[in-house]
Design a protein around this ligand. Structure first.
Ligand code: NAD
Ligand code: DAU
Length: 331
């Protein structure tokens, strides 16, 4: 199979490329990535001699057409992915997430290529802390931020291209990922690298917000299950029953890094901050026989702390610019 992976130099995409090279050696991988501030070719260095890399924009119709024409399937990870950035400057989110997805859909339609769309649980909005409900594939869309609304728009484009044009597509909506190669702007790597730098972790608001954590390798094994066995036109929710509030996560990071669990600061809240996400992944588990392997959050987090300690050369170049952006927001 010839697989085109967009956003393969980003966090989840790079881990997906690594896993694909390790576990599906018969697959020929091409990565398309614009190498924005969030993409890093160094994340692909361990597999560089086993893949092809094209630097370019998913909204570049000519380039996308050429690459899709040479593929049997596309997995579309590329996106502007950070909520805080989307609140400061929404336009790149509209362009990459909406126009970029449209560009890919038109190309897979022309060339009749299988397409898998990577999306987020944030399209469903948020839940109250005491709500027993979780998101399911029939939960109505209700996105809160410019980021999540552009992801919701891209999901709806995919659904329309399946129904109106017969495009062979599937969609997955996953919860919060953690693991190696995640940009230091995101919650867990930001706090780990702050502690390495002797800076106190920063919790937005009261720290009560809940995220449903999944290890990136479990997200990616689910994507492979959908690619191989998913039903065309279907949406699968990916989650590993990993609900934790932000305060607990920071306390665990501090403990794992040998500091007092209360050595953090509360900072101003994110506008429109979603309270809680929670995924019901029954459909994925029952239909495709998928289950997560990294189910002990503490162990996965400890391994992630070790990875950031051992790979400072990878994250250090991004750290100062990231913290300068946060300083402008007062967070
Ligand atoms: P990321 O920000 O780490 O990586 C995004 C990658 O896309 C980068 O390599 C960047 O260079 C590339 N990119 C951005 N704009 C591009 C463009 N116009 N053309 C080509 N490449 C471009 O993101 P991530 O956290 O790895 O997320 C990947 C996907 O997974 C996204 O679609 C995101 O919405 C989705 N997702 C993320 C999470 C999570 O917890 N991080 C959870 C669920 C879904
Ligand atoms: O749910 C899936 C989504 O998870 C993905 O679609 C997004 O691409 C991904 O970025 C992530 O979105 P969040 O906004 O949940 O992730 P973030 O890492 O930015 O923040 C996680 C939680 O931690 C959130 O409640 C905000 C809080 N936070 C974040 C930062 C950066 C803090 O308390 N302090 C911080 O310094």
């Amino acid at each position: 199979m010839r697989l085109l992976i967009t956003g393969g130099a980003g966090f989840i995409g790079a881990n997906f490329v690594h896993q694909t090279v390790e576990e599906h050696p018969d697959v020929s991988v091409t990565v398309l990535d614009a190498l924005t501030y969030a993409g890093d070719e160094a994340s692909l260095a361990p597999v560089a001699d086993r893949i092809s890399f094209a630097r370019g924009d998913v909204a570049d119709a000519e380039l996308v057409d050429r690459l899709v024409a040479d593929a049997d399937a596309v997995v579309h990870f590329a996106a502007e992915s950070h909520n805080d950035n989307s609140l400061s400057n929404p336009w790149p989110f509209v362009r990459t997430n909406v126009v970029g997805t449209y560009t890919l859909l038109e190309a897979v339609r022309r060339h009749e290529v299988r397409y898998h769309h990577i999306s987020t649980d944030e399209v469903y909005g948020d839940l109250e802390l005491d709500d027993p409900a979780k998101f399911t594939p029939t939960t109505p869309y209700n996105p809160s931020s410019p980021y999540s609304s552009t992801k919701a728009a891209s999901d709806l484009l995919v659904r329309a291209w399946v129904r109106s044009f017969g495009v062979q597509a599937t969609i997955s909506n996953c919860s919060n990922n953690y693991g190696p190669y995640q940009h230091v702007e995101k919650f867990i790597p930001r706090q780990i690298t702050n502690v390495v730098d002797g800076v106190r972790p920063k919790l937005y608001g009261t720290g009560e917000n809940v995220r449903d954590w999944i290890h990136v390798r479990d997200h990616n094994s689910a994507v492979w299950a959908i690619l191989e066995r998913g039903r065309i036109g279907e949406t699968y929710l990916i989650g590993a029953d990993g609900e934790e509030n932000n305060k607990t996560v920071v306390e665990l990071i501090l403990e794992l890094m040998g500091l007092e669990p209360d050595a953090y600061d509360l900072v101003s809240d994110r506008p429109g901050h979603d309270m809680r996400y929670a995924i019901d992944s029954t459909k994925l588990r029952d239909e495709l026989g998928w289950s997560p392997r990294y189910t002990t959050f503490r162990d996965g987090l400890a391994a992630t702390v070790d990875w950031y300690r051992a790979n400072e050369a990878w994250w250090r170049p991004q750290k100062d610019a990231t913290e300068a952006r946060y300083a402008q927001l007062g967070r």
